[in-house]
Write a protein that binds this ligand. Structure first.
Ligand SMILES: N[C@@H](CCC(=O)N[C@@H](CS)C(=O)NCC(=O)O)C(=O)O
Length: 289
C-alpha cells in the first residue's frame, strides 16, 4: 500500500466508511460485508475513534498499528486539551492518552486504553494483517521488544523532555539522563535478533540488510515495531536540541538497520508525515520557554 493511499484512508470520515479493511476493499464491496470480514468476533465493529494528540508518542504507537492493519479511524481531541479533564478521566481513570473508543454494530461503545492493551485488542479484533507472528516464541519476542520500549527505553528518553526548556534545564540532569538513555539503547541492541545485522555483499561492497525487529522488511511490521518510529524520531530531535551529539546509532548495528527498515514501511511513513511537523512544533515551543 502506498503512503498516500494510507493517508487518505486515515482521514476518511467514519460517517462515509465506518470501518474497512482497506480503502480499495470498501470501494469494491458492500461495507457491511467488509465489516463482518474485518472482525474476528461475532459482533462487528462499526467505528474506531482515538483520543490522541498529534505529538503524542504513545498515540503514535497505536496509529502505526491502525495504519499497518489498514483500519479507518477518527481522531478525537482531548477534552479541554487536558488529560486531567473530568471528561477524559471518566474514560480513562489513569488520565492518559491514547484512548480508543470502539463502537459495535449493536451500538455498544467500549473504551480501551493503555497503548499495549489497545494493540492487543486490535490484534484480537482484527486478526487480518496480523502484527503478531504465528509461532509462540516469536510472539513472545515481539511482546518483549514492545514491552522494553514501554517499561525501559521510553521512560529513559522521557527524563530528557523536561530538560528541553532552557529556563529549567540542568546540565547535570541532561548528562545523566542522556547516559541512561544510551545505556538502554545498548540493551535494545542485545534484544534484537542477529537477523537485523545480516549483511549482504554486492559488487559495491558489504551492506547491512535492513530488517525489521523480527522479520525481513518485506514481510511487514509486527507488534515489536509499532512504538519505535516515534521513539527514534523524538530521540533524534531532542538530543541535538539539548546540545548533545546527534543520535547516529554508532556501535548499534542492529538498531541502526532496524531504524532504517522502519522508515521504509508505508504505515511508518504515514505516521511520520503527521508526527514530524507536530514534534518539531512541540520542540520549538519548548525551546522558547
Ligand atoms: N502507559 C501508557 C503511557 C501513555 C502516556 O504516557 N501518554 C502521555 C502522552 S504520550 C500522556 O497521556 N501524558 C499525560 C499524563 O501523563 O498526564 C500507554 O502505554 O498508553
Amino acid at each position: 500500500m502506498k503512503a498516500s493511499a494510507l493517508h487518505q484512508h486515515r482521514i476518511t470520515s467514519s460517517k462515509q466508511a465506518p470501518l474497512t479493511l482497506s480503502a480499495s476493499r470498501a470501494r469494491s464491496c458492500n461495507i457491511k460485508a467488509a465489516l463482518s470480514l474485518a472482525s474476528s468476533q461475532s459482533m462487528s465493529v462499526t467505528r474506531l475513534e482515538l483520543y490522541d494528540d498529534p505529538h503524542s508518542e504513545f498515540s503514535a504507537k497505536v496509529k502505526v498499528a491502525l495504519y499497518a492493519k489498514g483500519l479507518s479511524w477518527s481522531p478525537l481531541d482531548v477534552p479541554c486539551g487536558s488529560t486531567r479533564s473530568p471528561e477524559l478521566l471518566a474514560l480513562n481513570p489513569l488520565g492518559k492518552i491514547p484512548v480508543l473508543c470502539v463502537t459495535f454494530e449493536d451500538g455498544r461503545r467500549e473504551v480501551v486504553y493503555e497503548s499495549e492493551v489497545i494493540l492487543e485488542f486490535l490484534e484480537d479484533q482484527f486478526p487480518q494483517r496480523p502484527l503478531l507472528p504465528a509461532d509462540p516464541i516469536q510472539r513472545s519476542k515481539a511482546r518483549l521488544i514492545s514491552r522494553f520500549h514501554d517499561l525501559y527505553l521510553e521512560p529513559a528518553l522521557r527524563r530528557l523532555y523536561p530538560q528541553v526548556a532552557p529556563s529549567v534545564r540542568s546540565e547535570q540532569l541532561v548528562q545523566e539522563a542522556a547516559a541512561a538513555f544510551h545505556a538502554r539503547l545498548a540493551e535494545l541492541e542485545t534484544l534484537l535478533p542477529p537477523a537485523a545485522t545480516t549483511t549482504i555483499t554486492t559488487r559495491s561492497g558489504v551492506h547491512c540488510r535492513p530488517s525489521l525487529a523480527l522479520t525481513d522488511a518485506s514481510q511487514g511490521l509486527t507488534l515489536a515495531d509499532c512504538a519505535y518510529p516515534a521513539l527514534f524520531l523524538y530521540a533524534e530531535l531532542i538530543l541535538p536540541a539539548l546540545g548533545l551529539p546527534p543520535l547516529r546509532y554508532e556501535g548499534l548495528p542492529r538498531v541502526a538497520g532496524w531504524r532504517e527498515a522502519l522508515w521504509t514501511q508505508p504505515a511508518v511513513q504515514v505516521l511520520l508525515g503527521e508526527l514530524q511537523p507536530a514534534a518539531a512544533e512541540w520542540l520549538e515551543r519548548k525551546l522558547r520557554s
